[in-house]
Design a protein. Structure first.
Lengths: 208, 208
DNA sequence: GAATATACTACACATAAGTATAGTATGTCA
DNA sequence: TGACATACTATACTTATGTGTAGTATATTC
C-alpha cells in the first residue's frame, strides 16, 4: 500500500478510477465500459477504454482482454477479502473453524494481521487488561499448536478457550494472566491436556 | 450478519457459493456461469443457473438478469468496502481527508465501526494506556466537531493531533489523559483555539 | 516539424456469455 | 400418487458488451 511510488493520475483518470471503486464497493462487481462511459458524462466506450489502458499502464488496475466486467483494482482505497470468521464457542475434539462454531465475520482483511489461517474470538473477562486486551474486544488468532515464551495464545482448557501469555521457565510451561488477580495455570498437570489453538496476532475494539 | 435466519444450503449450493466467494476474494469480480460450471466439475451452465436461482431465493446472492458477471453476494464470509483512510499528518486549515494527508487504508469495513465519515490515525505516545490505547494502535475516528463529556476524541492543538478524553466540568472544558503522568489540557486558553476533529469509535492493533 | 500523451468522436464488427426449450433422474412429503 | 425440490443434460438462440478502424484536437517536449 505504497501510494508514493505510483505515477500520478490525470483528473479524468482519477475520476474514472473513483467511479469504478464506488460501483464495486456498492455492488461487488465492476461496471461495464458502457456504464463507465455514461458515468463519465456520455463519452464513448473507446474513450473509456483508452483511460483504462492508461490506468493499467500506471499500475492501478488490470483488465482481462475480451472478458466482460473483468476489471481488477490493484491500487486504491478499495479492499476485498474473506474476513475473519468469528468463533462463538469451541468444543474439544471439533475443528475450531467448523461451520457450527462460526457466528459471524469480522470484516477485516486477514492479510493485514499477517495472514495464515485465522479466526476471531470475543474476549470475556479481564485477565489480560495489563496488555491492553479488554472485555468485549475481538482478538484475531492465527491457528498454530506451538508458541514461544511470551506469546499471547488461545488455549483450550477442557471445554473452555482462554487467552493468556504462554510462558516457559526451564521445564515449567504455564499460562500467565496480564492481571495480578489471576494465578498462573500450569499446562502439564491438566486433564485433559490443554491444547494451544493459536497465537493472538491482532485485536479490534469498537469504542462506546 | 445473522446466519441463523437464513435457510440452510445443500452441499452443492454451498460449494458453488464458496467458489464464487473465493473467486471474488481473489480477483475482485465474479466468475461467469461457464467458469462456475467448470469449477463444479464440468456441469452445464443451466445446472449452474438453477443453483444460482436457488441461492438467490434463499437470500445469499442477487443476479442481474441478462448482465454478464453481475453476481452480488448478500450473505457470506466475503466483505467489500472502501476501507478507512489512514491519515499521516494533520495540518491546520486543511481538510483531514485531503488526498495529501492519506498514507494508506485500514482494510476494515467502516460500517463495522458504526459508519459515518471516518479516518484512522496511528497512536503515538502512552497518554491513553489507562483505557487500553497503546502506542502504534490504529484508532478509528468518526468526524464530528462536538463531543460529550467522557468521549475519547481527537483534537487539533496547533498543528498537532492529540487523542484524549473530552471532559466538561461546569464551565471548564478540557482534555484529560488516561495516564496520570500527563496533565489536563484546558481547551479555552489555547491559541489558536483547539478543534475537535472527531470521536474515537474503534481501534485496531497488530500484536507482535 | 515530429513524436508522444491525453481526451475524446463515430461506427461496424466480433464474440463472450446469458437465456430458453425440452428434457431425465432421484428424493421427500402430504 | 402427485407435487415440489434438487441436480443435472443437450442444444440452439439471443444479446450484452468488448474490439478495431479511422479519425480530430490540444498540449508538451526534443
Amino acid at each position: 500500500m505504497i501510494l508514493s511510488t505510483l505515477t500520478a493520475l490525470t483528473y479524468r483518470q482519477q475520476q474514472l478510477l473513483s467511479y469504478i471503486e464506488t460501483t464495486m464497493a456498492e455492488l461487488g462487481y465492476p461496471p461495464t465500459l458502457y456504464e463507465m462511459a455514461k458515468a463519465m458524462g456520455d463519452i464513448t466506450v473507446k474513450g473509456v477504454k483508452d483511460h483504462l489502458r492508461a490506468l493499467e499502464k500506471k499500475g492501478y488496475l488490470r483488465c482481462q482482454p475480451g472478458k466482460r466486467r473483468a476489471v481488477e483494482i490493484l491500487q486504491g482505497r478499495l479492499f476485498r477479502g474473506e474476513g475473519i470468521p468469528v468463533v462463538g464457542r469451541v468444543a474439544a475434539g471439533m475443528p475450531v473453524l467448523a461451520v457450527e462454531n462460526i457466528e459471524g465475520t469480522l470484516p477485516l482483511d486477514p492479510k493485514f494481521a499477517g495472514g495464515g489461517r485465522q479466526f476471531a474470538l470475543r474476549v470475556r473477562g479481564d485477565s489480560m487488561t495489563g496488555v491492553g486486551i479488554f472485555e468485549g474486544d475481538y482478538i484475531i488468532v492465527r491457528q498454530q499448536e506451538t508458541a514461544d515464551s511470551g506469546d499471547i495464545v488461545v488455549a483450550l482448557l477442557g471445554d473452555e478457550a482462554t487467552v493468556k501469555i504462554f510462558r516457559k521457565k526451564g521445564r515449567a510451561v504455564f499460562l500467565e494472566a496480564a492481571n495480578p488477580a489471576y494465578p498462573d495455570i500450569p499446562l502439564k498437570q491438566q486433564t485433559p491436556l490443554p491444547k494451544i489453538l493459536g497465537r493472538v496476532v491482532g485485536l479490534y475494539r469498537t469504542i462506546k
